[in-house]
Design a protein around this ligand. Structure first.
Ligand code: 9UX
Length: 69
């Protein structure tokens, strides 16, 4: 398992937090997702041989939020 932290712009309420968690938890290879509204961060525990960082970022973008590199 690998832990990846991603900066996310555009989360304005706990509903956004829930949306992102739901989207990420549906991806294969993801074991745990924590999302902080205050810190604009997602912390994701994933198996890098199943799901890569770019795929995770794409899922967040597709959900309507901006990933900040
Ligand atoms: Mo809150 Mo976020 O009403 O997509 S859910 S702004």
């Amino acid at each position: 398992m690998q832990t990846t932290t991603i900066n996310i712009q555009g989360m304005t309420c706990q509903g956004c937090v829930s949306s992102i968690k739901t989207v990420l938890e549906k991806l294969p290879g993801i074991s745990q997702v924590e999302v902080s509204l205050d810190q604009s961060l997602a912390t994701i525990h994933h198996n890098p041989s199943v799901v890569g960082i770019e795929q995770i970022k794409a899922a967040i973008s597709d959900a309507g939020f901006e990933v900040i590199d």
